[in-house]
Design a protein around this ligand. Structure first.
Ligand code: NAD
Length: 361
């Protein structure tokens, strides 16, 4: 089916939302027979097609909330692709529903068929609420899924690794040291990314504090880390630690919450951490080093899009590319200092110079 016949959302309607940033394509997906409802958005494809980005399944409270999320997340993917020097556009899919109770094989099959209707303009994979097994299942119905368990697989260990390298860059900038020994790190959300990150940091000598609203996630983390302190999820951001690492969901920092931060560095895996860009300016004025989320967590993307490389998936190349994130972070932090500008603005400017300009092409 041509994209023209899909359930396109009119840009005049989308202009009402502050999250709308001249997205190239936003479609509503619906199949009442299997309770499928959600959105797919392609933000920008100036760096090349396909657009790429995971699919999130979440119990959104309304369609509007889901639409706003897909607009925000797809925009972040454009910036993430650019900063990671990946020649693809930014896209995202969201499915409205509780992954624990509403995810059925028929729903996943219907979603895969919706992806086919985009005829390869959008490749997707797992995000919060979907698993490697779900991707494997949907690959039976659509070739436009990445994160194939026999190739790149689950992106989360690679996202955690990139956060780890990003943190190393920030630590060398702020504390002028190469190791984590003696540093206290608080991690909010010990799901797939947060848990792996906690282990990497513990093994590197850091003292770890964790919080999660899910008891199972805490138990699983305690199993792999010998010494870890569990903290109230409402308080973890305000601990007296060196580094705060948000690894739960987005919208972590309102200005009010930002004022409670005592850490010197913020660096985590969660997407869209700043509720507003001005929170980044506030961090900058307070001399709190905020590592932009899409820079820190780009490892997951780098891993899965490697499946689309002409000569095939190459793990060594993936790991080399993820290691470069440390340098990218140090560069952003230096430019932020030299130009007296927040790190989020500097990162956005670099990304925009790639996807709006000709720098990377
Ligand atoms: P996940 O669902 O496995 O883990 C998230 C964890 O956060 C869960 O254990 C959940 O219980 C916890 N949580 C949710 N709300 C919380 C709260 N208010 N307080 C404390 N804990 C809370 O998801 P994930 O794959 O680990 O992803 C985490 C974040 O990283 C998301 O924002 C995701 O978009 C982002 N991210 C993930 C990947 C990836 O490859 N998985 C890649 C890049 C970015």
């Amino acid at each position: 089916m041509s994209v023209l016949f899909m359930n396109l959302i009119d840009s005049n309607y989308l202009k009402k939302f502050k999250e709308f940033d001249n997205h190239k394509l936003v479609i509503k997906i619906e199949d009442a027979s299997v309770n499928l409802k959600g959105f797919i958005a392609i933000h920008n494809d100036d760096l090349g097609l396909p657009a790429v980005g995971g699919t999130r399944m979440f119990a959104y409270q309304s369609e509007t909330q889901a639409l706003k999320d897909v607009l925000r997340l797809s925009q972040a993917m454009t910036y993430k692709c650019a900063i990671a020097k990946v020649h693809f556009g930014g896209g995202k899919g969201v499915i409205i529903g509780n992954p624990k109770t509403d995810k059925t094989p028929n729903l996943l099959k219907a979603y895969a068929k919706k992806i086919n209707e985009l005829e390869g303009k959008f490749y997707t994979g797992e995000d919060v609420g979907l698993t490697e097994n779900d991707v494997s299942f949907m690959l039976k119905y659509s070739k436009f899924f990445i994160g194939n368990p026999s190739l790149a697989g689950d992106p989360s260990p690679y996202a955690a690794l990139s956060v780890f390298y990003a943190m190393q860059g920030a630590v060398s900038f702020v504390f002028n040291k190469d190791s984590f020994s003696g540093l206290k790190v608080a991690i909010k959300g010990v799901g797939k990314v947060g848990r792996t990150l906690a282990k990497l940091l513990f093994d590197a000598g850091a003292q770890i504090y964790i919080a999660d609203i899910d008891e199972t996630a805490l138990i699983q983390t305690k199993k792999i880390i010998k010494k870890v302190e569990i903290v109230n999820p409402r308080k973890i951001h305000s601990l007296e630690v060196d580094i705060y690492s948000p690894c739960a969901l987005g919208n972590e920092f309102s200005l009010k919450k930002a004022r409670e931060i005592k850490a010197k560095i913020i660096c985590g895996g969660a997407n869209n951490q700043l509720a507003e860009q001005k929170v980044g300016d506030w961090f900058f004025r307070q001399k709190i080093v905020y590592v932009p989320d899409y820079v820190a967590n780009a490892g997951g993307l780098i891993n899965v899009v490697a499946e689309l490389e002409k000569d095939g998936y190459n793990k060594k190349r993936v790991l080399n590319k993820i290691f470069q994130i440390k340098k990218t972070v140090i560069n952003i932090l230096n430019l932020s200092k030299q130009n007296n500008k927040s790190t989020n603005k500097i990162a956005d400017e670099i990304a925009e110079s790639y996807f709006k300009g000709t720098k990377m092409k």
